[in-house]
Write a protein that binds this ligand. Structure first.
Ligand code: IUR
Length: 328
């Protein structure tokens, strides 16, 4: 089906809902370059002002997810549910570094594709790069092998995944259209769902140390993400967590890795950081059916820490991805 981009931009500009076919055409235009930068920018601005229905958001998310490589874990015969967490990011939010090995120690596979910081928030990828030798952009084969053999692999996004988001995000950034909940929803989820997950848990941050800030906007984003991800076929739940204070005691790439190591080894566990980590781990275990209720899920996560299993998995992941064997 072919359309004229300007007709679809006009339709959205005037407040009408686009069909799934029309949205697929736009995503194709963004991915192939057949839509010009100014048309993509005008489309983003139309969405910024007019919003999108949940059905439109689902079509946009699925289209952007499918614009590049979508991982399929079935041939790997993991024998484990594939689950991930995504945080909208906050100052000192090093939770992913501990969460992936905890949940892997409880029986899930966690192929975590993480991003860089946005604004004043830090990204997991930035933190990992402070580990000497750590290869955050392994080949797809190595990524699959580490996920299968160790249980988790935390890496950076490759340009093969969700290329439509890469172009759209770049244009949003220079057209003052970043702060659109439908566009943020599709951006985050297109990348996460391209990882072939069985379940997803979102940590949506609010407060001065997050990019969203206001609680009501964060709640709106959480509801949008949960509705759209479930609509796209990925069972998803979200927690809203407070980012008005640094999470843990450090903010900065290398010092946060050190705090994560201390946390895993039991040397130092700041209570707020611990509460958020265990809450998210429990939701991941529930979402992937590795625990039947919240108290069982929390107990499993605590046991994975207490036994040293989570620390051991983190150490093995670092070695498998080229980092030092004596990190702890
Ligand atoms: N993170 C993303 O992946 N996409 C976005 O649009 C924002 C944060 I804002």
């Amino acid at each position: 089906m072919s359309f004229l981009p300007q007709e679809l931009i006009r339709k959205k500009r005037d407040g009408n809902a686009l069909t799934a076919e029309e949205i697929a055409f736009i995503v194709q235009g963004i991915t192939t370059g057949s839509m010009a930068d100014e048309q993509v920018g005008a489309f983003a601005m139309a969405v910024f002002f007019q919003g999108m229905s949940m059905d439109e958001r689902i079509a946009l998310t699925c289209g952007m997810r499918d614009s590049g490589t979508v991982l399929d874990w079935k041939p790997q015969n993991l024998g484990r549910p594939v689950v991930d967490k995504h945080s909208t990011g906050g100052v000192g939010d090093k939770v992913s570094l501990m969460l992936a090995p905890i949940v892997a120690a409880c029986g899930a596979a966690v192929p975590m594709i993480s991003g860089r910081g946005l604004g004043h928030t830090g990204g997991t990828l930035d933190k990992l790069e402070s580990i000497p030798g750590y290869n955050a952009v392994p080949s797809p084969e190595l990524f699959a092998k580490v996920t299968k053999q160790v249980g988790c692999a935390i890496i950076g996004q490759t340009s093969a995944m969700a290329p439509a988001d890469k172009r759209l995000y770049g244009i949003r950034d220079v057209t003052a259209t970043v702060e659109s909940i439908p566009l943020i929803t599709a951006s985050i989820l297109s990348k996460k769902l391209a990882a072939g997950l069985d379940a997803l848990v979102m940590d949506v941050k609010f407060g001065s140390g997050s990019f969203m800030g206001a609680l009501d906007r964060s709640r709106e984003l959480a509801q949008s993400i949960v509705t759209v991800a479930n609509g796209a076929g990925c069972p998803t739940r979200a927690l809203l967590t407070d980012m008005n204070e640094v999470l843990g005691t450090t903010a900065g790439n290398a010092v946060e890795v050190v705090e994560a190591l201390d946390y895993l080894s039991g040397t130092r566990r700041e209570p707020r950081l611990h509460a958020v980590t265990i809450a998210l781990a429990a939701e991941m275990l529930l979402a992937s059916k590795l625990a039947g209720d919240l108290s069982e899920a929390e107990a499993k996560a605590e046991a994975a820490l207490a036994s040293g299993a989570a620390a051991e998995i983190f150490a093995r992941m670092v070695v498998a991805l080229g980092g030092p064997a004596d990190l702890f």
